[in-house]
Each structure stands twice: as structure tokens, then as C-alpha cells.
Design a protein around this ligand. Structure first.
Ligand SMILES: [Zn+2]
Length: 532
């Protein structure tokens, strides 16, 4: 922080505010370092998993500092969640979005322009930041010396290479170009960004390399056991359908967990809240069918969760999900369930918080690698052991690849200006590259999956850029590369447990495991040629 009269200003007591305002006992690893960098006025880039508590990294500095922090947030639901929880602890926070009544909007603006705003955090959409009137007002607040910093949540939306590209995010480049003398510090936060997306975030926002501090959590989480479950490819002569095969395999896996739990805690097991798990499926219909099928099992209670549910159903399921209750006799007379499972399409996402998920299953190969890392990362957010399973065979692999190709064709046929189509194609290409990483992740049998995830996700590049990571119980990401003989993940993956030959044998079950369609590569090369 700037000094006055040559004397350094006293450092704020971060712990005091953490306890007093946010009512939390202690910072999570690395959180304190990020917050200190933000408070000191650096530009900050933070890439961290959903469990990290990213929002505290701009909320706490906003509470400590004078003036206003602008928070850019892409989703109304996310914004409302954060605003409500800040209001509940008495932080002066406001939001302007599509549902803010005009009169309220005026009151907020009046406060903002008063020269000494009471509001500490103002949540807005990227689209609002594009409007002349809002920009004019921001410039005024800046001239009055009251614009403390800008926090950009879900910053990966800025990049056409990202999976959630949002054009309005690119216009956020306005901040650095226009709010200068002094420049307003920017904090960019994301859970998922490939090296290309990261470089877009830094370049487009104009983050100042000399003053930039980078932080990240490893993309592969040490407490998650990663495993790929290979399934044999389906043949018409088979007497069991692929779906049945998966259900059978999952039930076997769950029964083994049940046995282990009973052996460990005996009869008390029945008194415990059920073990929570999420199964991600591709289609709403699958979500309904699978949920009812699993729910008919004695040891399981399962519900479907997808975008087609009424908001009442969603609220009910969310409530049940976020605070698992000790078991009760079920209405159908069955004994209390051992497992509570949500079968969800990937609409099941942000804002739903259960730190005790013990397993996340991908019923078919995920469509994007970033999605996979984020979704599997919903397991074990309490830091305790958890598992990520992916069901995989080459038939499913090719089915999804075909669908991605069709999406790209649709984009091409839709027309529009050349630059518009080029942008969309770039995005499609990024999607396919991301899917190819999923394929590599699933088909590699010669490497620790934790190391593989970090490799595919670009953790090592971040390290080379000087990004700070939380201390690792395995001695940091770099050591993964230096000690190929030891298990880099402490035996928390199928490769490290079964070895390459064991894994290759299981993979052999798929039969006729061809390489991924050549056409996917060809088309990508073609796109590269024309549009990049
Ligand atoms: Zn491993």
C-alpha cells in the first residue's frame, strides 16, 4: 500500500476482519497470501478450485479499504447468492442488474457519486460495464479517488478459447485503458483456465506484469482418487446393454464401499448421514431413468436434477442436498439409505454447496476437460478422501466426438459476418481440443492421473510464471516430474495403484480400441489454417 510521508502505513489485521466480519476461524491455505496481495494494491490473477473461497479474496479487502470495489459477475444467481450472504453479515453491498428497479438503481448511483460512498461492494454484469452512462459514472468515482479496485469473477469468460465465452467480457479492457493515473488495481479470478485462456485474461484486461501476482491451486486435488472405469464396447449379440453394464459396475463399487464402512465403524454406520455422491449424465432423460433405477436399490436414495425441473423441485433438492440429515425410515418402508445420490446434467452447478460429496461419477466421458476438472472437483471439498470415476469406452468417445463435429457444422452453416463466424469457430475448436484432452486423460495408462491432469491443464506453465501454490503434502507439483519412480499422488489414482500393465489390461476390456477419429484432427487443422 502507498506510504504517507515516507512511513509505511500500518498493515491491516486481516485475521481480525476474518473473525469479526466474516465469522470464519481461519484462512484456507494460500487465501491469506492472495488477500494480502490484493490489499497491497497489486493486480492479482487467481486460478483456484471452487472450494478455495475465491470471493473472500476481494470481499475482505473491500471491507478493509475505503471506497468502492466493483465486482463483475456473469450470472445473476451467483450475484444474488453473494450479495445476500454479504448483506446477512452486515456488509454494505449493492447490485445493479436486469432485475434492479429504476428507483433503487438511482439511489445506488447517488451513493456511488457522493464522494464518500457507503457501499463497499457493487456487483454488476459485464453488459452494464459496456454502457456509456455507467462508464461515465465510474470515471467520476475514480476522479473522486473512491474507486478502490475492480474484481472480475469467472474471468475465463473473456476468452474465445474458453468454454463460457461472453463477448461483453472483452469490453472490460476499457477499465485499464481509461481508469488511469493512478491505475485501478484489478483482481481476476477463475476456476478453470487453460494456458491460452490465461494469456487472454492477462492481455485483454491489460494486467501489469510488473505488479502482477499470480496464485493457483493445483488442478488435480490431492485428496481425490482419480480412476477411469473401462467398459467393453457394445455388440448387438451382447445380452447386457451398456447402461446395465454401468449400473452393475457402479453397484459393485458402492457395495465395496459399504462393506468397508461397516468393517470400520460397525453398527453405527446406520446412524450416520448417508454418503453423498453426484453422477453426471449427458441427457435429462438419462438423469430421470438412472435416478429412479438407483433409487429402487435398498442402499440408495437417488434423485434426478436437471434444467427441466420446476423451481420448487430444485429448491427442495438443493435444501436436501446442502444439509444431509441423519437417516430416517423412508416412506416406502425401506431402511435408511447408505448412499444419497444426485443424478445430474451439468446444469447442476454453481451456487450449490455440499462440501461432503464423497464421489463424483461421469456416466459418459465429459465433453470438456475444464468441465471434468471442475465437476470432479466437487468431490471432497472438506479435504477428506473422495473419488472421481469416469466410465469410458471408445463407442461413447466417438459418439461425443461426432456430436461436437455436428455442433461445429451448425456454426459454420449459420452464417453471419466473417469475424463473427471466425470467433464462433475458434470457440468450437477450443471445445474439441478440450475434448481431446479428456480422451488423452482417459486413454493414457502410463502416467499418474494427478500428474496427467496437471500436465493437461497447464499447471506447470503457471509455476514457471511464478504463480504461488498452497504448500503440497506431496512436496509440490514440480517434484512430480523429478521423481518418476515414487507415486506422485501417494497412490490416489488407478495408475499408481494398479500399475501400467494392470491398467492396460482393464483398458483392453473395451476391445477394438481404435484411435480417435482422424477426421477430428483433420477438421481442426483446417480450422487452424483459415481462422487463426
Ligand atoms: Zn497417481
Amino acid at each position: 500500500m502507498a506510504s504517507r510521508g515516507g512511513l509505511p502505513r500500518r498493515k491491516p489485521d486481516l485475521e481480525f476482519y476474518l473473525h469479526r466480519v466474516f465469522r470464519k476461524k481461519s484462512f484456507r491455505p494460500l487465501q491469506r497470501e492472495v488477500i494480502a496481495a490484493v490489499v497491497e494494491g497489486h493486480d492479482v490473477f487467481l486460478q483456484a478450485s471452487t472450494s478455495f473461497g475465491k470471493s473472500l479474496c476481494f470481499q475482505l479487502p473491500a471491507v478493509i479499504s475505503h471506497g468502492l470495489t466493483i465486482v463483475i459477475c456473469p450470472l445473476l444467481a451467483l450475484m444474488t447468492d453473494q450479495v445476500n450472504s454479504l448483506q446477512a453479515i452486515g456488509v454494505p453491498v449493492q447490485t445493479i442488474n436486469s432485475s434492479t428497479p429504476l428507483a433503487e438503481r438511482r439511489l445506488i448511483m447517488d451513493d456511488m457519486l457522493s464522494g464518500h460512498p457507503r457501499t463497499r461492494l457493487l456487483y454488476v454484469t459485464p453488459e452494464l460495464c459496456q454502457t456509456d452512462s455507467f462508464r461515465r459514472n465510474l470515471s467520476t468515482v475514480h476522479r473522486q479517488g473512491q474507486l478502490t479496485r475492480i474484481a472480475i469473477d469467472e474471468a475465463h469468460c473473456i476468452s474465445e478459447w474458453g468454454h463460457d465465452f461472453r463477448p461483453a467480457y472483452q469490453e472490460l479492457s476499457w477499465f485499464r485503458k481509461n481508469l488511469d493515473d493512478p491505475a485501478v488495481p484489478i483482481t481476476a479470478l477463475t476456476a478453470t483456465a487453460t494456458p491460452r485462456v490465461r494469456s487472454d485474461i492477462i492481455t485483454i484486461l491489460g494486467l501489469n506484469f510488473a505488479k502482477l501476482k499470480l496464485f493457483n491451486t493445483p488442478s488435480a486435488r490431492p485428496n481425490i482418487h482419480y480412476e477411469v472405469r473401462y467398459l467393453q464396447n457394445y455388440d448387438e449379440d451382447d445380452d447386457i446393454s451398456p447402461e446395465d453394464l454401468r449400473v452393475q459396475d457402479l453397484l459393485t463399487w458402492l457395495k465395496a464401499i459399504k462393506r468397508r464402512q461397516e468393517a470400520r465403524i460397525g453398527a453405527d454406520a446406520a446412524q450416520r448421514p448417508p454418503i453423498s455422491g453426484i453422477i453426471y449424465v449427458g441427457l435429462r432423460a438419462t438423469s430421470e431413468d438412472l435416478a429412479s433405477r438407483l433409487d429402487s436399490e435398498e442402499m440408495i436414495s437417488a434423485v434426478a436434477y436437471h434444467a427441466g425441473l420446476t423451481s420448487q423441485d430444485r429448491t427442495r433438492i438443493q435444501a436436501m442436498w446442502t444439509s444431509p440429515q441423519p437417516p430416517q425410515q423412508r416412506s416406502d418402508g425401506k431402511p435408511p439409505p447408505i448412499f444419497s445420490i444426485i443424478v445430474a446434467t451439468n446444469a447442476f452447478g454453481m451456487g450449490i454447496d455440499n462440501s461432503q460429496v464423497r464421489f463424483v461419477v461421469h456416466w459418459t466421458p465429459p465433453r470438456s476437460f475444464e468441465g471434468f476438472v471442475q465437476e470432479s472437483g466437487r468431490a471432497g471439498r472438506d479435504g477428506r478422501a473422495a473419488a472421481s470415476l469416469v466410465y469410458y469406452n471408445t463407442q461413447e468417445r466417438d459418439r461425443i466426438a461426432d456430436r461436437l463435429m455436428r455442433d461445429a457444422d451448425n456454426v459454420r452453416n449459420r452464417g453471419g459476418s466473417k469475424s463473427h463466424v471466425a470467433g464462433l469457430l475458434k470457440n468450437q475448436m477450443a471445445r474439441r481440443e478440450s475434448y481431446q484432452k479428456v480422451v488423452r486423460y482417459c486413454e493414457t495408462v502410463t502416467k499418474c492421473r494427478h500428474a496427467l491432469i496437471k500436465d493437461l491443464f497447464g499447471d506447470y506453465e503457471l509455476e514457471e510464471m511464478g504463480s504461488q501454490q498452497p504448500p503440497s503434502i506431496f512436496g509440490g507439483a514440480r517434484s512430480d516430474r523429478l521423481s518418476p519412480s515414487a507415486s506422485p499422488c501417494d497412490y490416489a489414482c488407478d495408475f499408481c495403484k494398479e500399475g501400467s500393465s494392470g491398467l492396460a489390461k482393464r483398458k483392453g476390456k473395451m476391445q477394438a480400441a481404435d484411435a480417435l477419429h482422424g477426421f477430428m484432427m483433420d477438421q481442426m487443422n483446417e480450422l487452424h489454417q483459415y481462422y487463426v
